[in-house]
Design a binder for this molecule. Structure first.
Ligand code: FES
Length: 139
């Protein structure tokens, strides 16, 4: 490996984790929540950002991921990897789960979030996954 290549490799856990981004819906509410604003999704986004501190995982906000019936909702994506949509997230527990899953995902060599070690809310709350742009199905 050339010296220049070595310099491009992540050197810290935070640099590795920076491959992943968590996108949190700030207009989400659970079916039991009132329709008033601010919605629980906003506080949830704050909790996710707090859980991401010093990890390198980026957290972004969005108004609606089109998963409203199964809020709270969030997505996790990375370059050269799949994109995952999660729902039915419990605001009391899912913030650290999203960050743990994003970190696991950031370190996956194949661009797939591993099932083994994935936090339970990211198993039971999986809504959909979308392949990367360059994905080709092998028959
Ligand atoms: S309001 Fe959150 S997914 Fe639509």
């Amino acid at each position: 490996m050339a010296f220049a290549d070595i310099g491009q490799q992540p050197t810290t856990e935070a640099e590795t984790d920076s491959a992943a981004t968590v996108i949190v819906c700030i207009t989400c509410r659970r079916p039991v929540d009132p329709e008033d604003f601010p919605r629980p999704g906003l506080a949830f986004a704050d909790a996710v950002a707090q859980a991401a501190k010093n990890t390198g995982v980026r957290v972004k906000r969005v108004r609606c991921l089109a998963n409203c019936r199964r809020g709270l909702s969030a997505a996790v994506r990375r370059e050269a990897g799949w994109t995952y949509i999660f729902g039915d997230l419990d605001p009391a527990t899912a913030a650290p789960a999203l960050i743990a899953g994003a970190r696991l995902f950031a370190r996956a060599d194949d661009g797939v979030m591993p099932w083994r070690g994935r936090p339970q809310p990211l198993k039971s709350g999986l809504i959909a996954r979308v392949p990367p742009d360059d994905y080709e199905e092998v028959e």
